[in-house]
Design a protein around this ligand. Structure first.
Ligand code: SF4
Ligand code: SF4
Length: 500
């Protein structure tokens, strides 16, 4: 009987005329796919171990390698598809939950692709951002009902704000789930581009402390790395209630990834599993959430905005409203396409709702209740490019978080095996040999380039719409039109159909 009934998902094609037998592919693959066979004196590949991360393909000096999806399939069947059958084989072998990395990849509608932006023509002139200023500055934090201006500018106390040069931030990715070099790259890029990064629930490693004034520090259910010093070091505090990739469940960093550095930073014993419980054990109501928000504000002398991150679920609008009333200065809503280092496959693929619908529902609800202006809305979970950012802001967001897009800028090739800790690109791993593959200087340059490129594109799109400040676009759904959407979806999004 075969050890496994699952066959290889990928086929490795090696062009032997091009191959110079340099063994780069052997050294680059942490999955042990490529091997020099001493008996046959040739290179062989164990395709069953291949995760299609492209590391060997990119680094092969003679472009001798290619990886393609295996053409082997089961008999065509509309109900029992290949992944369904293979997943049963795996569970029958292991008796365990199926794990996966990155965000929901099922073919649910991507609403960003069903929304079109407006442009000025004749009656409302467009703006050329190369000749006229287009302002992208965005402030994240609670806004007062009225502002008084005196000779010295704004008078009176103004709630603490994060000041972003571009309405994009790097979302929560903890040290442990990603490598220190990856985190350092994002931190440096945030400082360079005038945005913020988020250290996730893994504490602040001493090597990223120099970038802490651009960090959002997270307080999650495991309270890893949380101390008064930690809270005071960051620019803002984010209470993580939920995550789009795994709403309703906690987190689990396996003990193998808890080496000396992670252990020190998270303030947990070496080699122990870091389990974040599903709920915060001190939050069972909006009143409890309010107590935590104000404890954190007290601890940091009301000098930093305190936000709440929730996953986009069915009653997201009501939860958002409660969180605002509980005192959140900013609200983060994470859609079901949000990435993760590890999530149970069934949870990731079947729980939560798309961020586009959640955002529209939350923005509408907060407006109806007259409390939209008291809070900033940050959305996450599947933002892929600058057009998605512009659409999100027109739908009602103040800013977006990007996670997967930022990791792709660092070199991620979306193999979705982050939970294995063997990331060949040195990103989702704490293995010292692999983490060296991310050079923080190069990583920071790439991530900063991405933000700058998006900033240029956002300005061009705003200019085309005749808008000279991103603030003027926020929640302005007249600049959106829906295409290929049903009446109920248009109603929830509160956008007109294209042609209307
Ligand atoms: S990296 Fe390319 S050239 Fe080098 S051994 Fe592998 S396939 Fe051959
Ligand atoms: S971070 Fe690494 S392991 Fe995760 S999807 Fe990207 S390349 Fe794969």
């Amino acid at each position: 009987m075969a050890i496994t009934m699952k066959t290889a998902s990928y086929k490795i094609i090696r062009d032997h005329d091009r191959c110079i037998e340099c063994l780069v592919c052997v050294r680059q693959c942490s999955n042990g796919v490529h091997r020099w066979d001493e008996d046959y004196m040739c290179l062989v590949s164990d395709e069953a171990e291949c995760v299609n991360c492209h590391r060997c393909v990119v680094f092969c000096p003679t472009q001798a390698l290619n990886v393609v999806a295996s053409p082997l399939d089961f008999k065509t069947n509309a109900n029992w598809r290949k992944p369904d059958i293979e997943q049963i084989y795996l569970q029958a072998e292991t008796g365990g939950t199926l794990l996966v990395g990155m965000g929901n990849d099922r073919p649910y509608p991507v609403y960003w692709d069903h929304l079109l932006l407006n442009a000025s023509q004749v009656t409302n002139p467009s703006i050329d951002p190369l000749r006229e200023p287009v302002e992208l500055k965005t402030f994240i934090g609670r806004k007062p009902d009225t502002v008084h201006f005196g000779s010295e500018g704004v008078e009176g106390e103004f709630p603490p704000q994060l000041e972003l040069d571009v309405p994009v931030m790097f979302s929560a990715m903890s040290f442990g789930s990603i490598s220190l070099n990856a985190q350092k790259s994002l931190a440096r890029a945030a400082v360079e581009t005038g945005i913020y990064w988020n250290c996730g629930e893994g504490g602040l490693h001493p090597e990223v402390r120099p970038y802490a004034d651009r960090a959002v520090v997270q307080v999650a259910s495991g309270r890893f790395g949380v101390s008064v010093d930690y809270l005071k070091s960051g620019a803002a505090i984010e209470i993580k209630i939920g995550q789009g990739a795994k709403p309703g469940i906690g987190g689990h960093l396996p003990g193998e990834k808890v080496g000396p550095e992670v252990s020190r930073t998270r303030m947990i014993p070496l080699g122990t599993d870091a389990i974040s419980p599903a709920p915060h054990h001190d939050i069972y109501s909006i009143e409890d959430l309010r107590q935590l928000i104000f404890s954190l504000k007290e601890a940091t002398e009301y000098a930093k905005p305190v936000g709440v991150k929730i996953a986009a679920v069915h009653n997201v609008a009501a939860i958002a409203s409660g969180s605002v009333r509980a005192g959140a200065d900013f609200l983060v809503i994470d859609g079901f396409r949000g990435g993760t280092g590890a999530a149970p496959l069934r949870i990731r693929d079947n729980i939560g709702i798309p961020i586009e619908l959640a955002l529209a529902a939350v923005d509408s609800r907060l407006r109806e209740e007259g409390i939209r202006n008291t809070v900033s809305l940050v959305v996450a979970g599947g933002i892929r490019n600058s057009a998605d950012v512009v659409k999100a802001i027109a739908l009602g967001a103040d800013a977006v978080y990007i996670g997967t897009a930022a990791l792709i800028a660092l070199g991620c090739h979306m193999c979705q095996k982050c939970y294995q800790g063997k990331c060949n690109w040195g990103i989702a791993t704490t293995n010292p040999y692999l983490t060296k593959r991310v050079n923080p200087e190069v990583g920071a340059r790439r991530a900063a380039n991405l933000i700058r490129a998006w900033a240029h594109e956002i300005k061009e799109m705003l200019g085309g719409m005749g808008i000279n400040a991103i603030e003027s676009l926020r929640g302005n759904r007249l600049h959106l039109r829906g295409i290929g959407l049903g009446p109920k979806e248009l109603e929830i999004l509160q956008v007109k159909a294209a042609g209307e």
